[in-house]
Write a protein that binds this ligand. Structure first.
Ligand code: AHG
Ligand code: MN
Ligand code: MN
Length: 343
């Protein structure tokens, strides 16, 4: 496969997500096809959620214009809708033993009427929910583990594994276009949904994050709540240096997906540190931090809680929170030094 990005009209080279998954499977002689089917089902779920996200504003307008608004609730509760669609799309495939979602208090066992499989999936159905109503990029994050329990329908143990045990992770971004980015531990591939043919096409092969960037991405509204070390780090990024490599630019969408995606492409750092209000950080280890960490590392970057590698943390609870610092290797190492007080 060549690294030249796909450009529209370049039909001879089209690499659909289906073809990519099939070709990857052929390179793993022992593969049963179960995992490939899981990825294909995910791509289908992504298309369904994408369609609803695209319609959301339109349905809202129509709803306001007419007296009866049958869709209004789904629009406001798009995250609940996305949650339901993903569960529906994934529970019947026969590849999963259990799921866990940011939106569900308890784990989601695969119903008895469907066959159960060897994988567990965790997901954040809609990340960036504060941006839903203002037409700003939102997305879905997923993380896949191999079943470790002996229960066909899965247990908590299957969804509370360290990030290092992930066998795949990715996100679907509903931005100016819909993008599905994932890793199976062999680099990071990005596919853009071509709405005219309804297929995801390889648009970002072998994504690599620059070793250093020029942007930082964090919620500066929390500045007075931050620890001293992180505050000094951001001060440092804002201080001009003679070579002109600082100040860094500030970019913060407020959807982790969008902020990490930009960081992957341009380099730099994304951080949601602990602060006085959120002593354990705000982001969820299993639904947000670990899957994004897997992708960032697979793209050549670094992801930690400021002190430890995120994917080495032994989780205790599927909903637990964690501070997050991820992005370009050099930038993250610098942030860690400020947090540790060695700079
Ligand atoms: P979610 O919409 O799934 O609850 O996640 C929102 C998260 C994440 O996407 C983003 O990085 C962060 O919350 C933004 O938080 P602040 O509004 O506190 O900056
Ligand atoms: Mn989220
Ligand atoms: Mn969410």
């Amino acid at each position: 496969m060549s690294n030249r990005p796909y450009t529209p009209g370049d039909e001879a080279r089209i690499m659909t997500i289906q073809r990519y998954i099939a070709e990857t499977e052929r390179n793993h002689p022992g593969a049963t096809g179960e995992f490939s089917t899981l990825l294909r089902n995910l791509a289908l779920a992504a298309k369904i959620v994408s369609r609803e996200v695209r319609r959301a504003g339109l349905v809202d307008i129509l709803g306001r214009a007419s007296v009866t608004n049958v869709h209004g609730e789904d629009v406001r509760k798009l995250d609940v809708f996305a949650n339901r669609m993903i569960i529906n799309a994934m529970e019947s495939g026969g590849q999963l033993c259990v799921m866990a979602s940011e939106e569900n208090e308890s784990i989601i066992p695969i119903p008895e009427e469907f066959p159960c499989g060897h994988y567990a999936m965790l997901f954040d159905p809609l990340d960036g929910s504060s941006n839903i109503d203002v037409n700003v990029t939102i997305g879905t994050i997923f993380s896949i583990y191999r079943r470790v329990s002996t229960e066909c329908r899965g247990t908590d143990a299957d969804v509370v594994q360290p990030g290092d045990k992930q066998i795949a992770a990715g996100y679907i971004m509903y931005g100016s276009s819909t993008l599905m980015v994932f890793t199976t531990g062999n680099g990071v591939q990005g596919f853009t949904l071509d709405p005219t043919i309804g297929s995801f096409l390889l648009s970002h092969p072998d994504m690599r994050i620059p070793e250093r960037g020029r942007y930082y991405s964090t919620n500066e509204g929390n500045r007075q709540l931050w620890d001293e070390g992180f505050r000094r780090y951001i001060d440092y990024l804002q201080t001009p240096d003679p070579e002109g490599s600082r100040p860094y630019g500030a970019r913060y969408v407020g959807s982790m997906i969008a902020d990490v995606h930009r960081t992957l492409l341009y380099g730099g750092i994304f951080a949601y540190p602990s602060d006085r209000r959120n002593p354990d950080g705000k982001l969820r280890l299993m639904y947000e931090a670990n899957p994004m960490a897997f992708i960032v590392e697979q793209a050549g970057g670094r992801a930690s809680d400021g002190t430890r590698r995120l994917m080495e943390i032994t989780p205790k609870d599927v909903h637990q929170r964690v501070p997050v610092v991820m992005g370009s290797v050099n930038d993250v190492q610098e942030a860690e030094a400020f947090i540790a007080g060695t700079r």
